[in-house]
Every structure is written in structure tokens, then in C-alpha cells.
Design a protein around this ligand. Structure first.
Ligand SMILES: *Cc1c(COP(=O)(O)O)cnc(C)c1O
Length: 361
């Protein structure tokens, strides 16, 4: 067996020991005589898997008891609709920050349901910067404020939490959840598709404050209603059982590895040395993002001459480093270095980049 360093933006690398555990339990989960995939979601075995995963996530993120944790399907993209359907509560509009590709998608979907007030947009900078708190004039009557703490494509990340006073703050944390400690009580809703920092694709984690549940618009489909899922323990229909189980294995691993403070220290170090490599390359590599809002998770960079892109990609692939091609809207390269990317993978990339620059610079 040989494993590559996988820099994919998502679905992304998973911790090797988690995959190993899943393999060991594949045919017979802890003496049950069956695979997790074959279990009834209402049986005692899966109930144990499900509740342990939730308990571990609550402990890791220090989630207060007045928040529900839901394990849903439909991806972060479904939340773009579920958030307005559940949170408008009869109000006419919501505030949105437009800081990149995923913010724009969330805004476009919300416009189907309400007045969207774009409080700040960084589109003119091609999403290479973020607004400061002073620049944000929130509407105190807005139903909620929505933002994207980490924009996966342009590689910008808020290293602070917007202050929205009494208006509930909603965050699409798909590509940054679990990368660092967080004060959950600052948020009304946090949601994340699993396939970047949680587990395999197929499950979406939604953390929602209880007082925001139960006021969905009349016409809301029941599968889009937080109350329906909250009352049923996310088992109103068959949940994505295997993805939930795998997420649970990741949560348990993060606990073993020292929790989110330990993850943050590692993530900051990994990102820091990659940005240093780029910044110290004498212009051979460039990251266009303002230093104060560079992402710890997604690092886009261009080469001095895009004619070199192909060679860079084929040589990294030959050296066991894959999925480095940048998003078509940004060009160049993108290294996604989520929790599960070993520091050795970042070190290998940096060594390669320095060598490549010396040979081609
Ligand atoms: C990947 C991603 C999404 C889309 O997630 P799906 O699970 O595919 O719906 C949304 N928002 C952000 C920030 C992402 O990184």
C-alpha cells in the first residue's frame, strides 16, 4: 500500500488511523456480527455510535446545552435554503457578507426567500481581502447575519468573529470547523458539510440554538425543518449512518490528539510555514490574499509563469502529492491543508517548492 499526500479541497484527506479503524470494524462492528452499514439506525448499536459521536463533538467544541446538534443530509448547500426557511421568523430580510464563491451561493439561494441586505462585499478585490468590524453596518431588524468564516476557493479566513449584537449570527463553517477552538455561544447557527474537516461526504453537521427552532415558515418541507430533525434526534428518516459513524471516529481521534487547541497550534504552524515559503520565494510563488486574512486551511498560490503549471503538477504527482491544481476561477495551485493533512505533507510540499524554484527560477 502507498498513500499519497492529498491536498484536495474536498472530499479531502482523512486521518489514516481512522481509516484503519474503519477497515478493522468493516465486517463486524465490535462483536455485533455486522458492518455499521448494515445496522438499523434505530438499533441499540447504532444508537450508541450516534450518541457517542454527538457527545464527543459537544465536548470538543464545548457546545452549550441550549444548542441542538443535528446530523443531516443535503450538504452545506441545503443549508443555504434551510437557514432562511427556519430563521426568518416572519421578518422580511437578512444581512449577508459577500466574501467569496460560497457566500455568493448562499446569497443567491436566500434571495428566493427574502430580502438580502449585502452588508459588505469584497468582490472588487477578487475576494482577496475581508472587511473589518468597523466597516460592517448591521441592520438591527435583520432576522440573522450570515457569513462564511473560511472561503475555500479564494483562501480567505476570518480570524475574528463579527459582533452582531442581538441578531443571530449564522456561519457556514464547512472548511474550517474543528480547525481551532470556538465560542459557540456567539452563534445562532453553525453548519458544515462533512467532507473537508469532519469525515466522508454525506453528512452535514448543524449546530443550532434552541430558541431559533420551531418558527419555520408554514410551507417549509418537513425535511427542511430544524424542529422536525431536532425532535427526532436526526432520525426523522434514515440518517447517513456510515458517514455519521466515520465522523464519530474523527471526533474521537481529535479528542485523543489533544482537542481543538492542539489542532489550532498545528494548523497555524502548517499554514505559517507554507506562506513563508511562498513569501520568501522572491516572487516565484505568490499568494494574493491580504496577510491578515489568509486561510489556515486553503492556500492558493500562483507560479511566476503559468507555463510552468503543468510541469509543477506532473512533478508533484510523481513525488506523491496530488490534487494541487487551483480552482479554475483563481488559477495556479491550491494546497488544502485540513486537520488530517499531516505536517509531513506540508513539509514535503515546501521542500519540493524550494527545489522546483531553484531549478526553474
Ligand atoms: C464545500 C463547501 C460548500 C458546499 O458543500 P456541499 O456539502 O457540497 O453542499 C459550502 N460552503 C463552503 C464554505 C464549502 O467549502
Amino acid at each position: 500500500m502507498s498513500r499519497v499526500f492529498n491536498f484536495s479541497a474536498g472530499p479531502a484527506v482523512l486521518p489514516e488511523d481512522v481509516l484503519d479503524t474503519a477497515r478493522g470494524e468493516m465486517l463486524d462492528w465490535r462483536g455485533s456480527g455486522m458492518s455499521v452499514m448494515e445496522m438499523s439506525h434505530r438499533g441499540a448499536e447504532f444508537m450508541e455510535i450516534a450518541s457517542q459521536a454527538e457527545a464527543d463533538l459537544r465536548e470538543l467544541m464545548n457546545i452549550p446545552s441550549n444548542y441542538k446538534v443535528l446530523f443531516l443530509q443535503g450538504g452545506a448547500t441545503s443549508q443555504f435554503a434551510m437557514v432562511p426557511l427556519n430563521l426568518l421568523r416572519g421578518k422580511g430580510g437578512a444581512d449577508y457578507l459577500n466574501t467569496g464563491h460560497w457566500s455568493k451561493k448562499a446569497i443567491a439561494e436566500a434571495k428566493r426567500f427574502c430580502e438580502v441586505n449585502v452588508v459588505a462585499s469584497t468582490e472588487e478585490s477578487k475576494f482577496t481581502t475581508l472587511p473589518s468590524q468597523d466597516a460592517l453596518q448591521f441592520d438591527p431588524k435583520a432576522a440573522y447575519v450570515h457569513y462564511t468564516p473560511n472561503e475555500t476557493i479564494a483562501g480567505v479566513e476570518f480570524h475574528w468573529v463579527p459582533d452582531t449584537a442581538d441578531v443571530p449570527l449564522v456561519a457556514d463553517m464547512s472548511s474550517t470547523i474543528l480547525s481551532r477552538p470556538l465560542d459557540v455561544s456567539r452563534y445562532g447557527v453553525i453548519y458544515a458539510g462533512a467532507q473537508k474537516n469532519i469525515g466522508p461526504a454525506g453528512v452535514t453537521v448543524v449546530i443550532v440554538r434552541e430558541d431559533l427552532i420551531g418558527q419555520a415558515a408554514e410551507s417549509t418541507p418537513s425535511m427542511f425543518n430544524y424542529q422536525v430533525h431536532a425532535e427526532a434526534g436526526s432520525m426523522s428518516n434514515t440518517p447517513p449512518t456510515y458517514a455519521w459513524y466515520m465522523a464519530g471516529l474523527v471526533f474521537a481521534k481529535l479528542k485523543r490528539d489533544g482537542g481543538l487547541a492542539a489542532m489550532a497550534a498545528t494548523n497555524q504552524r502548517k499554514a505559517g510555514k507554507l506562506y513563508d515559503c511562498i513569501d520568501n520565494s522572491g516572487g516565484f510563488y505568490k499568494n494574493p490574499v491580504d496577510p491578515h486574512c489568509r486561510s489556515w486551511m486553503n492556500v492558493p498560490f500562483t507560479l511566476v509563469d503559468d507555463a510552468l503549471d503543468k510541469t509543477f503538477l506532473s512533478e508533484t504527482k510523481a513525488a506523491g502529492m496530488v490534487q494541487l491544481k487551483g480552482h479554475r476561477s483563481v488559477g495556479g495551485m491550491r494546497a488544502s491543508i485540513y486537520n488530517a493533512m499531516p505536517e509531513a505533507g506540508v513539509d514535503a510540499l515546501i521542500d519540493f517548492m524550494n527545489d522546483f524554484k531553484n531549478r526553474n527560477g
